[in-house]
Design a protein around this ligand. Structure first.
Ligand code: NAD
Length: 500
């Protein structure tokens, strides 16, 4: 216990422990051993953080900071992240077990969110409305909504914080962030950079702890104006219900069961790589995983032979090594869940053609390793086709033609993303139009950018993150009327268009 690193959280510009003095352990998913202690925040800490965020937004110093100065601070934060990207990535890998090759690239790209939205901060404008009332001046102000609660999962903590924090700060909001209880450390290290960038006390605060004890009091706090949530469907539903009782603004980024659709006119090697990147990158622990692989029946056998061959060579190992290709599952409950789904798929009659169980240390695995697993002959009605596994498990479903692919692709409650592999531009355009998902990739998979809107159709979410429009969900519009008329008119009659 004595050699565990002890983290403090950051509330109202001060480093502190939880009010209760309690902590919880965070584990390295590769070794399965605890490595750090995190403050166990509860309602008292949430209240303190929200009050600090409210005061900074309502009465200063953030309220008094010009939009240009906000943008400058954000760009400084971007520079600091760039200088510290490698160490931030190492902390993420230690806590979430994802590949260092992926997390380092992610952390090096992270500054772009603070540059992009920092640049937008002083370009948020209202408008002067050509009023239909004479002697009237009417204009709009676009104002920050206020304190924003930001709740993120364990798979990409700093990236998913950036998707929320950068547009919120640009809009002039303040933030209370709750990371996943499995991966709090990188955010706490990131807060050192927020402090160094010069953000005033209370602008960005962190409460660490569980969804129930820390997340729920945060979502229901009356001074929280907006909740931005990324996570699973069950918790998303709960957060939505709690936020509704306080009539809060909400954006939700939830899970998916995305179809990755391979036509017989694809470039086979590209499609095989795209299928593998869609499901086995990040050990399948990504909301955009292409976990339903739809293969046209005319190329099924040739495609599957190649897919199984290439996927079977994936190198499992320590995620801290740059040449590891498949790392551990991040959390013990998630590990159990992935193995349960493998059992369910076998019970449903799907044919396991690769993997299908835990991987031992002799195969490069560690405590929570699962073999890259492929099930063939899956029917879209099976649970393994309909439910999000969030692990390295691929379901292969065959289809006849475009109509069949569209029918199967859309026959799901989710709508986060879809992939299409074809060389036919007409087919690509038709598929992009008819697939019901927030992102469509053609001859590529997993491309995400700060510049392009991201979010879900159907039960994959509400609202959009990234791209210029994301800032709108942190703003509200005020209409200001100024009369230049002589006299005030009849006080008992509402002023309508054309009157004065
Ligand atoms: P999760 O829903 O269990 O937890 C996400 C966050 O919500 C955590 O911080 C958790 O503590 C908090 N939380 C849980 N219950 C809560 C409650 N009642 N009130 C307030 N907060 C609560 O998800 P996870 O297991 O950490 O992450 C995996 C899920 O996240 C997957 O379903 C995945 O698809 C989804 N995800 C979605 C996206 C996206 O952008 N669409 C991105 C990454 C992950």
């Amino acid at each position: 216990m004595t050699d565990l690193k002890k983290y403090q959280t950051y509330i109202g510009g001060k480093w502190c422990g939880a009010e209760s003095g309690e902590t919880f352990e965070t584990e390295d998913p590769f070794t399965g051993e605890p490595w750090a202690l995190i403050p166990k925040c509860g309602e008292a800490d949430v209240n303190k953080a929200v009050e600090a965020a409210y005061a900074a937004w309502d009465s200063g110093p953030w309220a008094d900071t010009t939009a240009t100065a906000r943008g400058r601070m954000m760009r400084k934060l971007g520079d600091l992240i760039a200088d510290n990207a490698k160490s931030l990535a190492q902390t993420e890998v230690r806590d979430n077990g994802k590949l260092i090759s992926e997390m380092q690239a992610q952390c090096q790209y992270l500054p772009e969110w603070y540059y992009y939205y920092g640049g937008l901060a002083d370009k948020i404008t209202g408008s002067v409305i050509p009023s239909d009332k004479p002697d009237t001046f009417n204009y709009t102000l676009r104002e920050p909504v206020g304190v924003c609660a930001m709740i993120v999962p364990w798979n990409s903590p700093l990236l998913l914080v950036a998707w929320k924090l950068a547009p919120a700060l640009a809009a002039g909001c303040t933030a209370v962030i709750k990371p996943s209880e499995f991966t709090s450390a990188s955010l706490l290290e990131f807060m050192r950079l927020v402090e160094e960038a010069g953000f005033p006390p209370g602008v960005v605060n962190v409460v660490t702890g569980t969804g129930k004890e820390t997340g729920e009091p945060l979502v229901t706090h009356p001074k929280v104006a907006k909740v931005a949530f990324t996570g699973g469907g069950l918790s998303g539903r709960r957060v939505y219900e709690l936020a509704a009782s306080g009539l809060k603004k909400v954006s939700l980024e939830l899970g998916g069961k995305s179809p990755n659709i391979v036509f017989d006119d694809c470039i086979l090697d590209d499609a095989v790589n795209g299928a593998i990147s869609g499901i086995f990158a990040a050990t399948g622990q990504t909301c955009i995983a292409g976990s339903r692989l739809l293969v046209q029946e005319s190329i099924h056998d040739a495609f599957m032979a190649k897919l199984v061959d290439v996927a079977g060579q994936a190198r499992m190992g320590d995620p801290k090594d740059f040449d590891t290709q498949v790392g551990p599952v991040t959390t013990p409950p998630q590990y159990e869940k992935v193995l349960d789904y493998i059992g369910i798929a076998k019970g449903e009659g799907a044919t396991c053609v690769l993997g299908g169980g835990p991987a031992g240390a002799d195969e490069g695995g560690g405590k929570y390793f699962v073999h890259p697993t492929i099930f063939d002959n899956v029917d879209n009605s099976m649970r393994i086709a309909q439910e999000e596994v969030f692990g390295p498990v691929l379901s292969v479903i065959t289809f006849k033609d475009e109509e069949d692919a569209i029918r199967i692709g859309n026959d799901i409650l989710f709508g986060l993303a879809a992939g299409v592999w074809t060389q036919n531009i007409k087919r690509a355009t038709v598929m992009a139009k008819r697939l019901r998902a927030g992102t469509i990739w053609v001859n590529t998979y997993r491309a995400v950018s700060v510049t392009s809107p991201f979010g879900g159709y159907k039960q994959s979410g509400i609202g959009r993150e990234n791209g210029a429009e994301a800032i709108d969900s942190y703003l509200q519009t005020k209409s200001v009327w100024i009369s230049t008329a002589e006299g005030s008119g009849n006080p008992f009659v509402m002023k309508v268009a054309g009157s004065n």
